[in-house]
Design a protein around this ligand. Sequence first.
Ligand code: UN1
Length: 511
Amino acid sequence: MPVAKTKAKTQSAKSSKTPVYKNFIGGKWVASKTGETFENRNPADWREVVGVFQKSDARDVDDAVNAAADAYKEWRLVPAPKRAEILYKVGERLIHERERISQEMTREMGKILKETRGDTQEAIDMSYYMAGEGRRQFGHTTPSELKNKFQMSVRQPMGVCGMITPWNFPIAIPSWKIMPALVCGNTIVIKPATDTPLSVANFMKVLDECGIPPGVVNMVTGSGRNVGEPLINHNEVKLVSFTGSTEVGRTVSSLCGPSFKHSCLEMGGKNAQIVMDDADLDLALEGALWGGFGTTGQRCTATSRVIIHKKIYKKFVDAYVERAQKIKVGNGLNEKIEMGPAVNEGQLKTVEEYVKIGQKDDGAKLLCGGNRLERGDLKHGWFHEPTVFGDVHHKMRIAQEEIFGPVVSLIPVSTFEEAIEVCNGIAYGLSASIYTRDVNKAFTAMRDVYTGIFYVNAPTIGAEVHLPFGGTKATGNGHREAGQAALDVFSEWKAIYVDFSGSLQKAQIED
Ligand code: UN1
């Protein structure tokens, strides 16, 4: 996912009605030591300031990490089922607050209400799922090779976890990180994306109201340079969990490397949906449209490539373009709207840049879209037409690089083998899918496509919280979020041996 860029500053004077949000440190809402703030504007209408947030620096990070380190001393000793009781309450409270939180999320980052409700739902699902782990977190017991010796493995928490979260899933992704970290007994400092601090502030408020002890969860808002980096570099931070661009992920990894600090990185994607000649074409069409233009294409899992068998290429492409042109673009608070704006001006410019690259450098065929939308009220937001390129060669830049916007490349192929090769022929490995009625092809693709997530007869988006989420190659560094896999990120195994023989027994040594 590309780096967040700050929104345009066209309205400098703050209205007295604009809410001001503070950092959440040690159970209190506190102003930044810098005394400075930044504005969070609505990408569907940037005349609206959604809120004013703290422009924090390393001093605020230090306060937050110290609060988290202090709280860790007690929190790690709270029995996991008791920790989980708070998580259950959070799930319930989020259900009650879902509508308000989702409306505010649409206002701060633009995706349509149905999707922000889904985003909040993911946080609810994750709260309940990880609450269940309060009574599981299973380890192993196993027989010893020696007499009168007992052995087992247990999970131990790690301490203060630093979290850096993106703007495209403003509450779901923080929940993927916060909930498993909490149930394992860690404490947290989170830096939300500068485009979506309100959703994380809402999450903090819910956690606080549900009885999270002071200091267990802390939020510091501000830039990557002034908050993110000091957080990553802080000695007391034992692990950094990051979701964002591959470029920033590389920096996170290199900052963590020298001290062997753990890092869990979720980064870019360039996901493909394969449509075979025997596919249910209507189903494949619905999937590719939803996967390509849902969330304005701003998902790591977005279907930004559709690999289509030549036999059905023309039929599929005609239908796809016709439908893409009909997508209703506008303010996501209007229930009739199907696609919202880009999150900010920088993101819109990236999309415009790639449209040029597609046409001029790559020489692909622009089949529809390609322009910024500026009619009527849309001129006050960062809107772009759903854009489709046809006859795309898989090596073209638009088919290789993550655009993170409503731009889809349609790639013709002649055989199933070629489809798999093209699907795998990119730097990333997050998600992919195949539409086919041939069970042999489906199973072959399940085996041979090298991604962290794979779908059969479904789009590349829509992962559920109880299965591992993440990818291969430049998408990740070997970790997975969500599911049981998340416990491995937020805890460390300890193997425990208890010798009750009363004598020195030497493992592996013959007497
Ligand atoms: C992302 O794209 O950054 O699988 C997260 C999905 C969602 C999560 C996407 N549940 O599409």
